[in-house]
Design a protein around this ligand. Structure first.
Ligand SMILES: [Zn+2]
Length: 128
């Protein structure tokens, strides 16, 4: 392991412990990779299944998705979909980043998040 990797690993583990202490829920650094805001609702790319994947807040996620318009997004994370046919909690192709409980990973099955995991995400504010 290189020094840089070791330092990053230490920071990562420390952040992970802090998360466990603070919220006793998720086992990862729950922070926007672009603006560094934390403790807000975050989104992830579907294929990013670990905490090392890029997590983004609603505004950075929208920017990342070709400046998608999310001005109508409610505190719940819901907004009108791109085709104006219904409400969605996805931002472009990014999905709500809801980690598995006491885990540092995301489930591959976004249709099957347990109720309590949704409840945790719902309680997070949209912005700070
Ligand atoms: Zn952000």
């Amino acid at each position: 392991m290189t020094v840089a990797a070791a330092v990053e690993d230490t920071i990562f583990r420390r952040a992970k412990r802090k998360r466990l202490r603070d919220h006793n829920y998720c086992n990862m650094t729950y922070q926007c990779c672009d603006c560094a805001v934390s403790d807000v609702k975050l989104w992830r790319a579907l294929f990013h299944r670990t905490s090392r994947g890029k997590l983004r807040c609603c505004d950075c996620a929208a920017k990342n998705q070709h400046h998608l318009d999310i001005h109508d997004m409610a505190e719940t994370g819901m907004h009108m979909n791109m085709n104006k046919t219904g409400m969605t909690d996805q931002i472009g192709c990014l999905v709500p980043a809801i980690p598995m409980k006491e885990s540092d990973a995301f489930s591959g099955d976004i249709q099957a998040y347990p109720e309590e995991d949704w409840a945790w995400w719902d309680r997070l504010p949209l912005r700070r």
